[in-house]
Design a protein around this ligand. Structure first.
Ligand SMILES: [Zn+2]
Length: 161
């Protein structure tokens, strides 16, 4: 136990990696994060994001969604080329016709891989960890990872493809 006082947003001691077939929440949609509440509780949210990051790195993941640790809100983390990005309330506003095939794995389904076919380029609106609005185009593996994590926020796993 550390001395940190109670987190207002969720009980952080309950945040652990969730597994498909064991934790049905992985099959349900995550709720939008209220931005007013987010701005007021940045420290608490950052603690949650830190725990998500630790769990992602411990499991050699490239991304992790809140729901994968039992935090059923619309957020995910991506770690690409040692650049850590946090996405809150992400929405795809444009997607290319052209698609990329890729063999994906998932932290919540250990040892399972699945070939997916996703738009090669996406334009994403999201808020960062300081509640700053962003609109950015992603391509390549980043675009694939983001779409995988967005699926988690809608309760969809790679074995649903
Ligand atoms: Zn996954």
């Amino acid at each position: 136990m550390c001395g940190k006082m109670n987190n207002q947003i969720c009980d952080t001691t309950q945040l652990t990696l969730r597994t498909a077939g064991v934790h049905p929440e992985l099959n349900s949609s995550s709720a939008m994060i209220c931005l007013t509440e987010f701005e007021k509780n940045l420290v608490d949210y950052h603690e949650i994001f830190n725990i998500m990051t630790i769990i992602m790195k411990e499991n050699n993941g490239m991304g992790i969604a809140g729901v994968q640790v039992g935090f059923n809100k619309r957020c995910f983390i991506m770690n690409f080329n040692n650049m850590l990005r946090i996405f809150v309330n992400p929405t795809i506003v444009n997607a290319s016709q052209q698609c990329n095939e890729y063999i994906e794995g998932c932290l919540s389904i250990k040892g399972y891989v699945r070939k997916t076919n996703r738009p090669a380029e996406i334009e994403l609106e999201y808020y960062d960890e300081y509640c700053i609005y962003n609109k950015k185009i992603f391509t390549g593996l980043e675009a694939i990872c983001i779409q995988h994590e967005l699926d988690h926020l809608d309760g969809k796993l790679i074995n649903d493809y």
